[in-house]
Design a protein around this ligand. Structure first.
Ligand SMILES: C[S@@+](CC[C@H](N)C(=O)[O-])C[C@H]1O[C@@H](n2cnc3c(N)ncnc32)[C@H](O)[C@@H]1O
Length: 249
């Protein structure tokens, strides 16, 4: 059997770190390719699987190799309480683009226009996974598969389609851009093929996205409050879509 430490060092540069039991659990549930997984305490990890994730217990049992705690700790930025870490294969850009371009769509695509906060991007990917959104697209310089984003997404990048695109390459579908100056979202039913765009934390929507938008929508907010956090804005909008509120445009 190949030594997991050798395999880890060979693959680490080209794969994404799944940091902790829950990230690995989610990745396995959503069919990620996981070539190596280690733990400093295999019995504890499998007990956690028995308790919280019996559906992937056998897969975990087949994958997890126990290594000394110092070896595990050398693989991660800071040790996770579950002492589990794995490497997942990032889906190819070609397959992501194919999934994002597929029509008709049964759920929206979320666009983050030049997001700056990696934790926010991870939280949005987790939301998209929870609501069954088709995907999360980012514009700008941040890689949505950056290790900090993957950490924030709790392994749920594999439950949706995550890719970075230019603003002129967005998936097909009516573009609804969210902005405090837009029309009240409560009057509008968001279609399943909507592309839902959200602005950058500091500067809001770019001129390019704003110009491309078919509709500008606002979330209800009391006067004197400037804006909501990016991820909470996505949460409210996806909830609004899922509930089917409002009238068709
Ligand atoms: C933190 S806000 C950006 C604030 C920024 N200073 C601005 O001028 O818009 C990040 C994004 O969340 C969304 N957002 C926040 N509050 C909103 C609201 N009340 N209505 C619609 N979208 C909102 C928008 O897409 C916004 O660009």
């Amino acid at each position: 059997m190949t030594d997991p430490v050798t395999v880890w060092h060979r693959l680490a540069g080209d794969t994404v770190l799944l940091d902790g039991f829950h990230a690995l659990k989610h990745a396995l549930r959503f069919d990620a390719e996981v070539p190596v997984a280690v733990t400093a305490d295999r019995a504890a990890a499998l007990a956690l699987a028995d308790e919280l994730a019996p559906d992937v217990r056998d897969a975990l049992a087949g994958l997890l190799t126990e290594v000394p705690h110092e070896t595990y700790a050398s693989f991660v930025p800071r040790p996770h309480p579950t002492a589990v870490a794995a490497l997942g294969v990032r889906p190819s850009r070609v397959s992501n683009l194919e999934k994002l371009a597929r029509v008709p769509r049964t759920a929206p695509v979320v666009v983050l226009d030049n997001p700056r906060n990696l934790g926010n991007a991870g939280a949005v990917i987790r939301l998209a996974a929870g609501f069954g959104a088709t995907g999360v697209v980012t514009t700008g310089t941040v890689d949505p598969w950056h290790p900090t984003v993957v950490r924030g997404g709790a392994g749920l990048h594999f439950a949706t389609t995550v890719e970075r695109l230019a603003a002129d390459e967005l998936p097909p579908g009516p573009l609804f851009a969210l902005d405090p100056e837009g029309d009240d979202i409560r009057g509008v039913k968001l279609p399943d093929d909507a592309v839902l765009a959200f602005g950058s934390e500091r500067t809001g929507l770019s001129g390019e996205l704003r110009a491309r938008a078919d509709h500008l929508l606002s979330l209800p907010m009391r006067p004197q409050v400037s804006s909501y956090n990016l991820a909470t804005s996505v949460a409210m909008t996806l909830y609004h879509w899922s509930a089917g509120f409002g009238a068709s445009l």
